[in-house]
Ligand binder design. Structure first.
Ligand code: GUN
Ligand code: FE
Length: 426
């Protein structure tokens, strides 16, 4: 059951400093789990069917640690404002529409189709504050075979009447119902506690969400230290917290007792970083969003050197594209600007590092995910880079590098597997 072999040119990360490339090799999937990469098919696997992707790149499925499904509708629009103004002008009016299930059904069908056609196999997704629409989104993600954490968003202050819950109590009651209805409903889709960010949540709400996370063992996703105006506002709203992260940590929403993913971390101070490291908080680095809404550049080199948990997020629609290939390129490019313009002591990222973040780094949020080492869940994508002809000899690592930059341009994605099941073929 779910056992087969993929033949192809195989690329994966052992760790952030070790990118492994094996030409014309065999990747074994045994009961949905990776059994290793071999030069020849071992005798004990001789009877398994072979999916022959010879000449193509085979790599782990991509992990998007941060994306807003309802914002997909206006991706590529409204990139002319800073975060807080951008939220009020574009995000909140669009998200207000998801009380209408006909609109939500249409929009989430478009979103799910886009994810199906992408190289993403795992994702952490924001819905809206609307429970029913968010459950509809979960049905659609389950149907396309990817593995996802999906959050009903919580917000009980500082937003328009059309996008604000009546009170902390109603928000908490609705969230508890959401958890009960979805926690065991799906094979591949799970609920996640999703306070939008501190400015949208009263202390009473944040505290109650911490209790729900602990009671039902549900992980947490939210935003952290994204933009200077936002960070200053959090200081005003929570004068008792020594930094933004502490406003989550006080209520058990910062990696302990349950795991947490924090998007952005552009302006985290040393104490906040130390707490993230201590608690094993995952950082979702979202370079496109940080550029589009003029937030800044996260000090990713520092996070990597400190061996923190870090992956990439598309952050659609702050980010304009759901492609994790685009996210990898954006991470490379902003790291060069950071080195040139901000701190020449912080070396730019390299291809192996961004590939690691898009696969094994983010994958760790889901368990043993994002690599082809033995025991990893079998998520893979196949890229036909013969669509990018070249006259010269290239190593496999060079072909991977070029594909990261260019594969999206030529729609080179040929097949996608998640948990040992082929979920897409082109
Ligand atoms: N902070 C609070 N909400 C949002 C959002 O929707 N997008 C981004 N990028 N940051 C946020
Ligand atoms: Fe976001």
């Amino acid at each position: 059951m779910n056992s087969f072999i993929i033949r192809g040119d195989i690329c994966y990360s052992a760790d952030k400093n070790h990118l492994i490339t094996k030409e014309n090799s065999y990747l074994i999937c045994e009961n949905g789990v990776c059994a290793g990469v071999f030069d020849m098919i071992p005798d004990r696997y001789a009877d398994l069917p072979v999916h022959d992707h010879s000449g193509m790149l085979v790599m782990p499925g991509m992990v998007d640690l941060h994306i807003h499904a309802p914002q997909y509708a206006y991706r590529g629009l409204g990139m002319d404002r800073e975060l807080l103004d951008w939220l009020n002008t574009y995000a909140f009016p669009e998200e207000s529409k998801y009380g209408d299930l006909v609109y939500a059904d249409n929009a989430y069908t478009i979103f799910a189709n886009a994810i199906r056609s992408s190289a993403t196999t795992r994702l952490c997704v924001f819905g809206t504050l609307h429970r029913t629409a968010t459950e509809l989104l979960m049905d659609k993600l389950e149907n396309i075979g990817v593995v996802s954490y999906v959050g009903k968003v919580n917000m009980d202050r500082n937003s328009p009447d059309t996008l604000r819950e009546a009170s902390a109590q109603t928000s908490l009651a609705d969230t508890e119902r959401f958890i009960k209805e979805t926690q065991e409903k799906y094979k591949n889709t799970y609920p996640i506690i999703t306070p939008r960010f501190i400015p949208s949540c009263t202390d009473e709400l944040t505290k109650g969400l911490g209790m729900l996370s602990k009671q039902y063992h549900i992980p947490v996703q939210t935003h952290l230290s994204e933009n200077p105006g936002e960070v200053a506002w959090v200081k005003e709203l929570c004068p008792w917290a020594e930094n933004y992260g502490e406003a989550y940590n006080r209520f058990g929403l910062f990696g302990k007792p349950e795991k947490a993913v924090m998007a952005h971390c552009v302006y985290s101070d040393e104490k906040e970083i130390a707490r993230m490291k201590e608690n094993g908080v995952f950082i979702a680095h979202c370079p496109a969003s940080n550029t589009n809404v003029a937030s800044g550049i996260a000090p990713v080199r520092k996070y990597l050197e400190a061996d923190m948990n870090i992956g990439l997020g598309s952050d659609v629609a702050g980010g304009h594209s759901e492609s994790m290939f685009t996210a990898m390129v954006d991470a490379l490019q902003v790291s060069r600007l950071y080195w040139r313009l901000v701190d020449q002591g912080q070396k730019p990222l390299n291809v192996g590092e961004v590939f690691y973040m898009a696969t094994k780094g983010g994958g760790a949020f889901f368990g043993k995910v994002g690599s082809f080492e033995e025991g990893y869940e079998f998520d893979a994508v196949v890229i036909d880079d013969s669509l990018l002809p070249h006259p010269q000899e290239l190593t496999l690592q060079e072909r991977l590098e070029r594909s990261i930059y260019l594969a999206g341009d030529v729609k080179a994605l040929k097949a996608k597997y998640c948990r040992g099941i082929e979920i897409m073929r082109n």
